[in-house]
Design a protein around this ligand. Structure first.
Ligand code: GDD
Ligand code: MN
Length: 366
């Protein structure tokens, strides 16, 4: 694998040299299967970080500088560097790595080993057993980190992950290529949460690897002052987008129910209960399928296989609706009003079943 360690820098002249040296010192431990390169993306730091990186590039053949004209935020820098690493360096995996000594090179071989064992993303985590926060971080910074993670994990329903804001990760680019990097919700530190969530939603295998995070000893932190608000915005926007689908599914289903009731009554003019019920259910299935495809799940495209899957997964709902209708008629007797009520109740119960099936089977994200 070609592995590119991306290091973003802004005024890290005091740190970047030692950081590069530290990584170079463990390259030999990574094994012959892999080739490691370092890509520093510097936002035109006034302290001359770039010159030092260029000098390191003379010293080591695998160190490259990617100059960025202006400082637009950590996320913006990473996106630019990821694209470069994928398009120009042929990276199979990219690390996110701080320049300031917080991330220790000793973890690189272990994290790469996790990739070899089948992980798609390996996150250096401070919150799994064996990992730790810096001792000298103030209580406020610790609380921000802890609660940031807590909120992200609960709002995004991603309790299985412990450290969603970690700045130390490696991702196989086959997954990164599936993500719309230009439209991450933040160009600052909070892009990390979006990226983590996007990888999770894609179904990437994410493994958290314990690290001791060491506080920087030189230079200043660039942790943005508005980071809390920015992170909350990202977390809640992501959640909202998830709810948007639910909302659309409900609307489509509501319309499908109206279609079904109309057709039920039309069919009933000429047919018996069984035929009217099941043909009208199929009209609703077709209506729902078309609308969900062109609206709710428009990013997924058309396929016959999906239509068949959709029908099969709606079978549970069909059974539920038939039980409600025939059971109800047996209990309450038969009249067109009772039938309409029973059809409606069946639709509602069936819809609950359907939603579970749609999101878990038919339009399931990989
Ligand atoms: N190019 C570029 N542009 N680099 C930047 C920018 C930017 O706008 N902002 C920060 N960096 C670089 C820094 O130079 C450093 O190498 C790295 O990104 C991390 O920045 P720090 O300022 O050291 O961040 P931190 O220590 O406060 O935050 C760390 O912990 C957070 C979790 O608590 C980082 O690892 C974060 O990514 C992480 O979320
Ligand atoms: Mn730092």
């Amino acid at each position: 694998m070609k592995i590119v360690v991306v290091i973003p820098t802004y005024n890290e002249r005091q740190n970047i040299g030692a950081t590069i040296d530290g990584i170079e010192a463990i390259v030999s431990k990574i094994g012959p299967k892999h080739q490691l390169e370092i890509l520093v993306i510097d936002d035109n730091s006034p302290d001359g970080t770039a010159e030092l990186v260029k000098a390191k590039g003379q010293e080591f053949g695998n160190v490259k500088l990617l100059p960025n004209q202006e400082k637009q935020g950590l996320g913006a820098a990473y996106v630019k560097a990821f694209k470069y690493a994928m398009a120009k360096l042929g990276a199979d995996a990219v690390f996110e790595y701080d320049a300031d000594g917080s991330h220790q090179p000793q973890y690189l071989p272990g994290m790469i080993n996790e990739l070899d064992k089948g992980a798609d993303v390996v996150v250096g985590s401070r919150y799994v057993p064996g990992g730790s926060m810096p001792d000298n971080w103030g209580i406020n910074r610790k609380l921000i980190s802890y609660f940031g993670n807590f909120i992200a994990r609960s709002v995004l329903w991603a309790w299985q992950y412990k450290d969603m804001t970690s700045g130390f990760r490696v991702t196989k680019t086959e997954w990164l290529k599936q993500i719309d990097l230009d439209n991450l919700l933040s160009r600052q530190f909070a892009y990390k949460i979006h990226l983590y969530y996007a990888l999770h939603r894609l179904g990437a295998k994410i493994v958290e690897f314990p690290i001791d995070f060491i506080d920087r000893s030189k230079g200043k932190s660039k942790f943005p002052r508005n980071n809390i608000i920015d992170s909350l915005r990202v977390v809640f926007t992501l959640r909202w987008r998830q709810n948007e689908k639910l909302f659309k599914v409900l609307l489509v289903g509501g319309l499908g129910s109206v279609v079904q009731l109309i057709f039920y009554n039309l069919f009933r003019l000429r047919m018996n209960l069984t035929w009217s019920q099941n043909l009208s259910i199929e009209t609703a299935i077709i209506s729902n399928f078309i609308l969900n495809n062109i609206w709710t799940f428009k990013e997924k495209g058309w396929s016959l296989a999906r239509f068949i899957k959709f029908n099969l997964s709606s079978f549970g709902s069909l059974i539920i609706q038939n039980i409600v209708l025939f059971g109800g008629v047996a209990l309450l007797g038969q009249s067109i009003i009772i039938e309409n009520i029973l059809v409606t109740v069946g639709i509602i119960l069936g819809a609950i079943w359907n939603y579970l099936m749609y999101t878990r089977v038919v339009w399931k994200t990989k």
